[in-house]
Ligand binder design. Structure first.
Ligand code: F6R
Length: 364
């Protein structure tokens, strides 16, 4: 079933253009270029607050969505990992929408958090890849991803499909709340429709990323830096690398570097910087200078404009297409997945079945 691929993870990375397109088909109407949720008998315009709960990679998808819901729909968002959320006695006011994100729909902590929110009067939305799962059954608003079965233990295609659904949901909420004009909605939908092409463009860097994997494979520690909605991608990149290559990696908000992690930087610590050009780019460039001044080796993942400005002096660069902020995290997910994958291949680890990990965590 792996076909021409060596691993399920590799196959699943390459399936992303197809499964993201498949997922988006349920969330955008091509005819009038509008966003549409599969279940529209819900009036989401009255929502006062959003709570997002998930674990691991699904949590990082939620963290991206927090930036989107705040920026585009101007909704306040509280987000936590499920294992913390369920025991911290969160304040849940009436009129809240609680969103649970899960590939399996069975993660014990996330399910317990869902039930807690239900008992406390929240409207329950779930973004889930298994439509027959416990979470799907207990949802008021079911927002399925159509990633198909994910076999590799490290989540890849489920993550980008979660992001696709959350991007559509953010745009839907923005429209409902009068924060997004019809024109902007059309623009966003056009961008969403073009996402699979942008993912293909990102996948075209597979060989180049494979060729640079030997630069990362000998490292003992790797840092990932990102700002704004790319910060969760830095966390996700670090998680993927540690899961399958067993290299210690940390994701940091770029601006936090000088508050501690900069002490780690020397010529043995590669720093992967995720930074599309845009209003915050200059700030990231100065963070990169701080790394370089300490002998740090930078891999910059950016678009043509960003690479032209800051690519010089990096040990490697990866060029992404320039896309709307609602699409960028999906596109930037691809190089971080491929980098982790190829580093693991260089190290010869068991990519699909990394040690100590299970696909579905149904115990606390
Ligand atoms: C990472 C990974 C895990 C899961 C987490 C949540 O590659 O796969 O971090 O994302 O265990 O699982 P779900 O999404 O099934 O709730």
């Amino acid at each position: 079933e792996k076909g021409k691929y060596r691993h399920y993870m590799q196959k699943e990375i390459f399936e992303q253009p197809t499964v993201v397109a498949q997922t988006l088909r349920s969330y955008v109407r091509v005819v009038d270029e509008s966003v549409a949720l599969p279940q529209i008998d819900f009036d989401l315009s009255a929502i006062k607050r959003v709570t997002i709960v998930a674990c691991g990679t699904s949590y990082y998808a939620g963290l991206v969505a927090k930036y989107w819901f705040e920026q585009f729909a101007r909704l306040p968002v509280d987000i936590d990992v499920a294992s913390e959320f369920r025991y911290r006695d969160p304040v849940l006011e009436a009129g809240g929408l609680a969103i649970f994100i899960s590939q399996s729909g069975e993660t014990a902590d996330t399910l317990a958090a869902l039930r807690h929110c239900k008992e406390n009067g929240q409207t329950i939305a779930v973004v889930v890849n298994v439509p027959t799962s416990s979470m799907a059954r207990e949802a008021d608003l079911l927002l399925p991803t159509h990633a198909g079965p994910e076999i590799g233990v490290a989540s890849t295609k489920a993550f980008t499909c979660q992001l696709a659904v959350l991007a559509a949901l953010a745009a839907h909420l923005a429209v409902k709340r009068g924060r997004m004009s019809r024109e902007e909605e059309r623009h966003v939908v056009q961008q969403l429709i073009e996402t699979p092409a942008a993912l293909n463009a990102a996948l075209a860097y597979d060989d180049a990323i494979a060729a640079m994997a030997h630069l990362i494979a000998p490292a003992r520690d790797v840092l990932y830096l990102g700002r704004g909605q790319d910060y969760p991608l830095a966390l996700e990149g670090a998680l993927k690398l540690k899961e399958i290559s067993y290299i210690h990696a940390e994701g940091y908000a770029s601006g936090e570097m000088k508050h501690g992690p900069i002490a780690l930087i020397d010529e043995h610590v590669p720093v992967i910087v995720l930074a599309p050009s845009g209003p915050l780019f200059e700030k990231t460039v100065s963070n990169m200078q701080e790394v370089r001044a300490r002998g740090g080796k930078i891999v910059l993942i950016s678009d043509a404009e960003g690479l032209a400005e800051a690519g010089e002096g990096c040990i490697a660069t990866i060029e992404m297409p320039k896309v709307h902020p609602l699409i960028a995290p999906l596109v930037y997910a691809v190089p971080v997945q491929l980098l982790a994958y190829h580093v693991a291949c260089v190290k010869g680890t068991d990519v699909d079945q990394p040690r100590n990990l299970a696909k579905s965590v149904t115990v606390e």
